[in-house]
Design a protein around this ligand. Sequence first.
Ligand SMILES: [Zn+2]
Length: 128
Amino acid sequence: MLAAAGSVPTDAEIFMKAVGDLLTKRDPLRKAERAAARQRQNTAGRYIPAAVRHQVWLRDQGQCTHMHPDGSRCQEKMMIELDHIDLYCRGGEHSASNLQLKCRLHNNFAAAGALGNEWYRQRLEFVN
Ligand SMILES: [Zn+2]
């Protein structure tokens, strides 16, 4: 890698680079800083914490929660997604009480319906 940078490194340069990289990787303070940065990244934005995801999957038993007008529940267990009841784009939080499992079809239709897409709204009526 050092040679690829343009010059052939000496053994001492290779050794110093290797020690520097090792210290960067193993230094407890630097490791803690990287972990804190990952944590900040994971709690921001669209990331839903694993504990919350697992709670919702267990509660909903891995099945779409959409209810048809006849009172029956959608039987889909494939292409399951986490759906925000209060939409994430409108400030809905990543909590188990605000999340439910939906199949891709019902998730897309519900979101598009909530966001005002007339075509999806018509499709939602068709699927029901
Ligand atoms: Zn469904």
